[in-house]
Design a protein around this ligand. Sequence first.
Ligand SMILES: Cc1cc2nc3c(=O)[nH]c(=O)nc-3n(C[C@H](O)[C@H](O)[C@H](O)COP(=O)(O)OP(=O)(O)OC[C@H]3O[C@@H](n4cnc5c(N)ncnc54)[C@H](O)[C@@H]3O)c2cc1C
Length: 403
Amino acid sequence: MTHVLVLGAGVVGMTTALALAKKGFEVFVLDAASGPAEAGASFGNGAQLSYFYTDAMASPSLALNIPKYILGLDPAFRISLSLSPSFLLWALRFLANSTQKAFERNTTDILELALRSRKGVADLSSKLEFDYTSNGKITLFSSLKSLRKAERLTELKNRYGAGQIVLTQQQALEREPALEHYGHSFVGAIWSPYDEAGDSRLFCRNLRILLERDYGVQFLFDTKVRGLRRQANKLVAVTTEKEEIQCSRAVMSLGAYTPLIARTAGISLPIWSVQGYSFTIPAFDTAPRASITDTSRKIVFCRIGDRLRVAGLADIGPANGKFKEDRFSTLLATAKGILPKAGDYDGEVKPWTGFRPVTPNSKPIVGRTRIKGLYLNCGHGSLGWTLSMATAGGLADVMHPGV
Ligand SMILES: Cc1cc2nc3c(=O)[nH]c(=O)nc-3n(C[C@H](O)[C@H](O)[C@H](O)COP(=O)(O)OP(=O)(O)OC[C@H]3O[C@@H](n4cnc5c(N)ncnc54)[C@H](O)[C@@H]3O)c2cc1C
């Protein structure tokens, strides 16, 4: 049997392990944390399976607002400039993807990928418990200008079966009564009936059980990777803090940390970490059933089981992963202002911060590298949970035993 080592047990690594095991590989998964989805973005993300909200991060409106973000005038989005060559190169490529044409192309490419993921998640939902819901998504707009722009994108997405409908404020209230307590004004909304949600951490934990039981996948936790060792153009080992593991085939799915480890093998990846925050509180009965996205405040609300997950903020800059109290307070205060009756904000609040590993075109990097035996499944940006089943399947099609 052909062995493969999957580096990283976030949602991307775990789904990769499943896809490879199904192809007949003998799979080992390695992670620095004590269990799957314990340390990375798959732990505390927005819980959205946003099959039709696949908007690329680089866009004309983001590009227009860059001065505002640099000056710290938008509470939800910050850019701290870095003069490092890798940041400058990434930023230039990001800007090149900010034209309307590139934005629409990238958004629909990601949508096609998301649609491939959708069936895989639905199939697994009968085998795994992960607070999976299919209650749709309502995206709110505070200005007519932004609603009109989104309408144009809706037309494009509906060609792919999105079934999205533009709603007046009144129609949005009828569809989601929780919006009655909405603390700001909105001019209209887009209803996306086929978007779903689920807890990606729970998904990973239960997927581990399935992988061990049905496919004999083996896990090595508390094992931090330091680097990769190659001879000439061939992967020969993965070096960890504990030992060196001989291996001729490995997949890098280390989320935001993939570029760091790839560099040890001389591979440079166009991925920049964009820090975000979330928190989880007990949900009240008055919490929305559908997921709610407030576009102007860049925040998402999602009910997962009896909990409410709120996620948002995007801080681009030198990544150190530190939890910044002031940024978290911004998210908490914004959420309270928007949907004050959705959950117990004054009870047990579980805060979290993590990174979106963002590529200039927001598309994941999947496939071979120039080093024989070394593969990539990384750079999933804001949509790693949504896209994971598709990218895992795509990679498994590239790698098949004997290659
Ligand atoms: C605030 C926020 C909200 C988001 N909301 C959504 C959403 O609603 N829907 C959606 O689809 N996506 C969302 N995302 C994005 C999504 O969470 C990520 O794209 C996805 O989790 C990436 O998965 P991953 O497995 O690649 O990385 P991660 O989940 O980060 O996992 C990487 C793993 O690698 C391990 N690791 C790292 N370095 C090492 C090392 N040196 N040695 C060993 N192990 C290591 C870590 O321990 C971790 O387990 C959000 C992200 C953020 C930050």
